[in-house]
Design a protein around this ligand. Structure first.
Ligand code: ZN
Ligand code: FE
Length: 253
């Protein structure tokens, strides 16, 4: 039974995801309760658990209302437990659950926050990355270091190319404008930027992308490549420092 994944726009530019599979319905992040509760109602799905990626309010603000309504379990990163709503299960790298296409494991993807985790569904070829890897970008490095976030990008680089990437925000159009300043001659990026603009004009979400697309076009996933380094006059600079330079430019963009 393939997974049914529903993208739910929340707040001004967040995404939550319902994942319905053999073991019931999971919610990845809970920015606010109302749109999620409405989606559950319309599909007659019972929420079994909420999986949280990190402690920021725009990812957890709806937890208590949904827990009260659905009686679901709440799971999230053990490393951020004291900053999260009470957890029924605290998660660390390698933990997981589910079965068949619904099998998932926890990836540790720090940088945006120190305890940020992602949920990888290897059989379903999907990863929920929230504010770590984002479509054509990555989250701001608030708590960790650029080197830590570069390690996180390498974690995603190691996933199969056809893995779909479900990130936490609709920032892709702005990310595309920035990416083009780093690699104006990247043909795959030019093409993706055109697709993003057309899609956004029709009001479509830009998620999910794929690991293959991110490898070809996301500058933060390309800091190790000689073509990109040469473009930045950083041909002999270590990968993590090239990543840090791109992140610095994006913060000022
Ligand atoms: Zn965040
Ligand atoms: Fe966020």
């Amino acid at each position: 039974m393939p997974l049914d994944i529903v993208t739910i726009p929340c707040l001004s530019d967040n995404y939550a995801y319902l994942v319905n599979g053999p073991d019931g319905t999971l919610l990845i992040d809970a920015p606010e309760a109302a749109p999620i509760a409405a989606e559950l109602d319309s599909r007659v799905w019972n929420l079994s658990a909420i999986l949280l990626t990190h402690h920021h309010h725009d990812h957890v603000g709806g937890v208590e209302e949904l827990r009260a309504q659905c009686g679901c379990k709440v799971m999230g990163p053990a490393a951020e437990q004291e900053k999260l709503p009470p957890l029924d299960r605290a998660l660390a790298e390698g933990d997981g659950g589910g079965s068949g296409d619904g099998a998932w494991t926890v990836l540790s993807v720090p940088g945006h926050t120190l305890g940020h985790i992602a949920f990888h569904f290897p059989a379903a070829r999907a990863v929920f990355s929230a504010d770590s890897l984002m479509a054509l970008g990555c989250g701001r490095v608030f708590e960790g270091t650029p080197a830590m976030m570069w390690d996180t990008m390498r974690t995603f680089l190691a996933l199969p190319d056809d893995t779909r990437v479900y990130s936490g925000h609709e920032y892709t159009a702005a990310n595309a404008r920035f990416a083009l300043t780093v690699e104006p001659d990247n043909g795959a990026l030019q093409e993706r930027a055109r697709r993003i603009e057309a899609g956004r004009a029709r009001g479509e979400p830009t998620v999910p992308s794929t690991i293959a697309e991110e490898k070809a076009t996301n500058p933060f996933m390309r800091a190790h490549l000689q073509t990109l380094k040469a473009r930045l006059d950083m041909a002999s600079t270590p990968d993590a420092d090239v990543f840090a330079e791109i992140r610095k430019r994006k913060d000022a963009f």
